[in-house]
Design a binder for this molecule. Structure first.
Ligand code: URA
Length: 184
């Protein structure tokens, strides 16, 4: 994971490297049972180099707490590791290039379940899915289980979506029994 991290921090494979303060490789337990995959770093993440460290990250922390987990029990990352300027949507070429790092991270962590946060991340695994139809359900993809979840940002402005997020999170309790040993 340290090698992947270094590669990401030094990556110049796409244009996003030009506008970044920090690349954001991801963090958490390298043997986590649950992995979260968001879209791309926002302004706070770009400034600090830490995934989900802004307002949506605070909500993610609360959702983790609701199932008795802490950040260091899971692995949190994004499809795209550098901030798209102005928080625009990542482009296909950026997703195609950067998701190679994500694939290596997934194979290394080897989680029981991958929770996609938002549409972009879900569409990486299931291009035809619609988040409003499949959120909170478990799907099998090779040896992994994938649970599409709404992006926490949607819960910041709408209480009903916050309730949906917390309710969908309960399905993760079945994967929380064994605590990972390492944090890196
Ligand atoms: N939104 C994301 O998708 N990822 C982050 O790290 C922060 C906000």
């Amino acid at each position: 994971m340290d090698l992947i991290r270094q590669e990401i921090l030094n990556c110049t494979k796409c244009e996003l490297c030009k506008g970044r303060i920090h690349a954001v490789p991801g963090e958490g337990a390298i043997n986590a049972r649950i992995m979260f995959v968001g879209e791309a770093p926002g302004q706070n993440e770009d400034q600090q180099g830490i995934p989900f460290c802004g307002a949506s990250g605070k909500l993610l922390d609360l959702m983790l707490e609701s199932i008795s987990l802490k950040r260091e029990d899971v692995f949190i990352t994004n499809i795209v590791k550098c901030r798209p300027k102005g928080n625009r949507d990542p482009e296909k070429i950026e997703i195609d290039t950067c998701s190679k790092y994500l694939k290596r991270q997934i194979l290394l962590v080897n989680p029981k379940v991958i929770c996609t946060l938002g549409r972009f991340s879900m569409n990486l695994f299931f291009p035809d899915f619609s988040i409003s139809k499949v959120h909170g359900q478990i799907f099998k993809l090779s040896k992994f289980k994938i649970i599409p979840l709404y992006h926490p940002a949607v819960g910041l402005y709408k209480d009903s979506m916050k309730e949906t997020l917390f309710s969908d999170f309960k399905i993760l309790k079945q994967f929380t029994t064994i605590k990972p040993k390492e944090f890196s």
